[in-house]
Design a protein around this ligand. Structure first.
Ligand SMILES: [Fe+2]
Ligand SMILES: [Fe+2]
Length: 299
């Protein structure tokens, strides 16, 4: 991959445009989703080809209802990781605006994004409840390491892992929102999220592109390594191993099958395709970070 960073726009100009778009095109999930609609039971929750075991011998042995149930549990796990990282982002954006000019457009946009993410966390949590699902939690050590990260991250180490989390889920959500084989509530939630995340992605990409050229070699090394580490943890926690227990599979056998599944690796690379090209352009995929991205099959 070549490294040709695109020119960066003025941050307040971009923020003004994003604020205009936010005021015209934002959703209130409490009002814009029909929470009284009956739950459709017999449709998939993720495209089967994006389920972690798709293409394995284990998958071939599963009954159609069990495949649907696994797609449902994996959707719950991905949504849980997503909302967990959104709560992390809310704290990081609050720390970010603390240092900014309260009258500047980019500060107003960061505050608007905090509002978007607040609604998203509630939307994902309500959707899980509506579908009769419990939110999955990351392992305790990741929960506690994330406390350190969200209390200290700044610059590209703040925005690059956010981009990985947002763009990976965005790819999956875009693939479902117009697919009639997918549960309608899931499609509606995904459609709302895709619209609002497109603005977050623009804002975060420009922040990375603006700050990266200003960093010296040590700060670059720290940013690149921390970003890759956090991104790898996020991708690693997307599918909680407990999803396999929930559908009556042997957890260890299923985890092993998913980890060795070339189809699952291809899905991860598909998740990472756009964002990894961007991070590479920005000089964030280097000798210290590339092995971490490889480990989780983002490249
Ligand atoms: Fe979000
Ligand atoms: Fe977001």
């Amino acid at each position: 991959m070549s490294r040709v960073p695109a020119p960066v726009g003025d941050r307040d100009k971009t923020a003004t445009r994003l604020l205009g778009s936010s005021s015209k095109n934002s959703y209130d999930p409490l009002l814009d989703i029909d929470w009284d609609a009956p739950v459709v039971e017999d449709l998939a929750y993720l495209p089967f080809e994006r389920v972690s075991l798709y293409g394995t011998a284990l998958w071939d042995q599963m009954a159609p209802a069990q495949r649907i149930e696994l797609s449902k549990q994996e959707l719950a796990s991905v949504a849980s990781t997503g909302l967990w990282f959104e709560i992390i982002l809310i704290q990081m954006l609050t720390r970010y605006v603390y240092h900014q000019d309260p009258q500047a457009a980019h500060t107003h946009y960061a505050l608007t994004e905090i509002g978007d993410e607040t609604r998203h966390v509630i939307m994902f949590a309500k959707a899980l409840s509506h579908l009769g699902l419990r939110a999955y939690r990351p392992p305790a050590y990741i929960h506690h390491l994330a406390r350190l990260y969200k209390a200290t991250a700044r610059g590209p180490a703040l925005f690059a892992p956010v981009l990985v989390a947002e763009e990976v889920t965005d790819r999956l959500q875009r693939a479902t929102m117009n697919d009639e084989a997918i549960n309608p509530l899931v499609r509606m939630v995904n459609r709302i999220h895709v619209v609002e995340e497109a603005r977050h992605v623009r804002f975060a990409r420009e922040e990375v592109a603006r700050v990266m050229p200003q960093l010296g070699p040590v700060a670059r090394f720290v940013s690149n390594t921390v970003s890759a580490l956090v991104a790898a943890v996020v991708v690693h926690t997307l599918i909680n191993p407990a999803v396999y227990d929930a559908v009556g599979l042997d957890r260890n056998a299923a985890v092993r099958a998913a980890r060795r599944n070339p189809h699952n690796h291809a899905t991860r690379r598909w998740f990472g395709e756009k964002i990894m090209a961007f991070l590479d352009e920005q000089g964030m995929v280097t000798w210290s970070s590339r092995p971490l991205y490889r480990l989780v099959h983002l490249i």
